[in-house]
Design a protein around this ligand. Structure first.
Ligand SMILES: [Ca+2]
Ligand SMILES: [Ca+2]
Ligand SMILES: [Ca+2]
Length: 190
């Protein structure tokens, strides 16, 4: 296979030979001309087409190529768990990452509040796209009842559950819930 150098133009022609040693004159113009374009990286051929040392998806020229888009492998919640008083709210940042910690831009993140948890919290918005830093921010507001709520965040095939402990305002009692101690052992330290 003939491989050209970026930015160079190559011409091809053929010269016919016969058995008696006569050689056809070279044609005046080339039969075909192939231009290897400089600065155009083909994002799916395993070759550094534009000569900058970066192949396919590693080349920033392929950043907007669909084959190279950062696809969700994990989501992280910041903070990873929350405690708040009734009627108070907190922002939870959902960080969506792909392979090699790439930032997933424009990916839908959903906040799912199961039926049993709806008496404790509101979440807004219900769904949101990640920004260019792979982040989506949700506000969680505690209703009037103390207890423990679980909110599931889902993006692509990744999901994470946030446990929110809601404490009654001072002077009120709230039920101690140890049900999730196995899953969230750090809760015991609180
Ligand atoms: Ca390439
Ligand atoms: Ca390149
Ligand atoms: Ca490039």
């Amino acid at each position: 296979m003939f491989s050209g150098k970026p930015g160079k133009s190559y011409s091809f022609y053929s010269i016919a030979h016969d058995n008696t040693g006569n050689t056809e004159d070279a044609p005046v113009s080339a039969y075909t001309t192939t231009q290897v374009k400089a600065g155009v990286e083909d994002c799916n051929n395993g070759i550094d087409d534009d000569g900058d040392g970066l192949v396919d998806c590693k080349d920033p020229d392929c950043a907007s190529n669909l084959d190279c888009a950062c696809k969700v492998t994990s989501i992280t919640l910041i903070p990873g768990k929350a405690a708040l008083q009734t009627k108070k709210s907190i922002d939870i940042i959902v960080a969506v990452r792909g392979e090699e910690e790439c930032l997933v831009n424009g990916q839908m993140v959903r906040a799912i509040v199961g039926k049993a948890n709806r008496k404790f919290v509101f979440v807004k918005p219900r769904k949101q796209m990640t920004d260019k830093n792979g982040l989506a921010t949700f506000q969680i507001k505690a209703k009037g009842e103390a207890g423990k709520a679980r909110i599931k965040f889902k993006s692509g095939k990744a999901k994470k559950v946030l446990t929110v402990k809601i404490k009654a305002e001072q002077g009120q009692n709230y039920p101690e819930d140890t049900q999730d101690a196995e899953e969230m052992p750090e809760d015991k330290k609180l």
